[in-house]
Design a binder for this molecule. Structure first.
Ligand code: ADP
Ligand code: MG
Ligand code: ZN
Length: 476
């Protein structure tokens, strides 16, 4: 029997606005001391009125446009009622009946490397809830996150494997970062996902019940949690059983999912229109101007890189994935017109140094890399020295030229010096000379290495090679 996953994701993206969804509190609350970014509105005091954050609406529309959605010119906010200590109002403001945007798609690579469209059901605006932390004999509540603007993105169940789910999330993160809608940091909770999975018997089309997995907070765990569920469900189907339709949580420590609640206990949220907010009416002009302001997205940009700079699709994809890297590449190429060389340096030297967390900040200016590469071309320094200098240029913002001058790092192109070093090496090692002359031409490397060592790597390799060959081929 062959089984396949049927997966749909519900994703929350924290919007990068200055203030919260409905009040003037700062929305940058990560790592802030508890309850320091709160006001009567976001803590649900009696008599207050929410006001819609225009910037959040714009970022939500931009994201929905990037996901090829239809933007609803009329949408509305609703109350989702439930009681929980992290929700002081007793309800969350969300968009239930009339979401901001519907029916879009995002293309990803499927497991066979083919392009595949994942349908987007809806994109709607809502506010976040607070955070509880449980200690041994008490629980604490932090309201900072109450009212932080979020969008929820709901996909169709078009995702065919845990790996595809991961690729979907990675692509989505690249997009929200590119358009500046969100930091997209899963570790900081700015991007969270609940994953729904059922398993289908391919021959019969018979489907298992659907399970929802919550608490997934990294790309790796999206894949891991879904792989775990897939195996668990397949096991049940093989035994002629089914799994319960329930909500499970991913437990990071034990790497398994555990039941949280079953469908029968699911709350009744008594959704109704939010009476304190007017409907959200978007005029065509605004939507069109946002559509035009959309920056080039990673995929289009990679395509253009391939066409314009003649680099490989694989390299272009890595360069274009993160906007700062892509911008850096393009700026550097303007100053140093060898796209292939610039690509190699970025991929092999720069990206290796950059950690995922600070992926947004390239530690170097395009002009600094261009200067370094020019020094190599001019024969002033070797590639090896350039690579050694790079981290320092990056961390101290130093100029390559200055460093080379200060430290006397310029290449030794002095032919007389190189010649005399080679002669000395040959005098001291007649056996190696003999080896070369008897046809083992590889032995030349010994002499080149000798000069490199003596000059601490500063000898111009081309010059050393040329003279070594000349001397070794002379009759003794
Ligand atoms: P509910 O109303 O129970 O929340 P929805 O229809 O809103 O269900 O779907 C929620 C999520 O579950 C969506 O992302 C959707 O793609 C996904 N989903 C729906 N049916 C299935 C299924 N049979 N298997 C896996 N995921 C599914
Ligand atoms: Mg739902
Ligand atoms: Zn507030």
């Amino acid at each position: 029997m062959i089984y396949r996953s049927v997966i749909g994701l519900e994703i929350h993206v924290q919007l990068q606005t200055k203030t919260k969804m409905f009040c003037p509190c700062s929305a940058e609350v990560f790592d802030k001391p508890p309850n320091t970014s709160v006001c009567p509105v976001c803590t649900g005091q009696p008599g207050v009125l929410p006001v819609i954050n225009e910037e959040a609406v714009k970022l939500a529309v931009l994201t929905a446009l990037a996901l090829n959605c239809r933007i609803n010119r009329f949408s509305r906010f609703d109350r989702k009622n439930y009681f929980y200590p992290d929700l002081p109002k007793g309800y969350q403001i969300t968009q239930y009946f009339y979401p901001l945007a519907e029916v879009g798609f995002l293309s990803i690579e499927d497991d066979n490397g083919e392009e595949k469209r994942i349908g987007i059901r809806r994109v709607h605006l809502e506010e976040d809830a607070g955070k509880l932390s449980h200690e041994k004999d008490r629980s604490l509540v932090d309201f900072n996150r109450c009212g932080v603007p979020l969008i929820e993105i709901v996909t169709d169940p078009d995702i065919g494997s845990p790996a595809e789910a991961r690729r979907f999330m990675e692509k989505l993160r690249a997009i929200v970062r590119h358009i500046g809608a969100s930091s997209g940091d899963m570790e900081k909770g700015a991007l969270r996902c609940d994953a729904n999975i059922s398993v289908e018997e391919v021959e019969t089309g018979r489907r298992s019940n659907r399970v929802e997995v919550k608490n997934i907070n990294s790309f790796r765990f999206v894949e891991k949690a879904l792989e775990f569920e897939f195996e668990r469900i397949v096991e049940a189907l093989k035994n002629g059983e089914n799994v319960d339709q329930e909500t499970r949580g991913w437990d990071m420590k034990s790497r398994i999912t555990i039941p949280m609640r079953s469908k029968e206990e699911e709350a009744d949220y008594r959704y109704f229109p939010e009476p304190d907010l007017p409907p959200l009416i978007l005029n065509e002009e605004l939507v069109e101007s946002l559509r035009h302001s959309l920056p080039e997205l990673p995929e289009e940009r990679a395509q253009r890189f391939v066409e314009t700079f003649d680099i490989s699709p694989k390299e272009a994809k890595i360069l274009a994935l993160r906007k700062p890297v892509a911008d850096f590449f393009e700026e550097t190429v303007k100053l140093y017109r060898d796209p292939k060389k610039v690509t190699n340096w970025i991929l092999s030297e720069l990206l290796r140094e950059m950690k995922e967390e600070d992926a947004e900040a390239i530690p170097l200016k395009p002009s600094q890399l261009a200067e370094l590469l020019t020094l190599i071309d001019e024969g002033v320094i070797s590639t090896r020295i350039a690579k050694e200098l790079l981290p320092e240029i990056a961390s101290k913002g130093a100029s390559a030229k200055k460093l080379v001058e200060e430290r006397g790092l310029s290449q030794v192109g002095d032919e007389d010096l190189i010649r005399s070093l080679l002669k000395r090496a040959m005098d001291e090692n007649p056996d190696v000379v003999e080896k070369y002359r008897s046809g083992k031409t590889k032995a030349m490397g010994f002499f080149v290495g000798y000069v490199m060592k003596e000059t601490k790597g500063k000898a111009n390799p081309a010059v050393v090679n040329r003279i070594a060959k000349e001397l070794l081929n002379q009759d003794s």
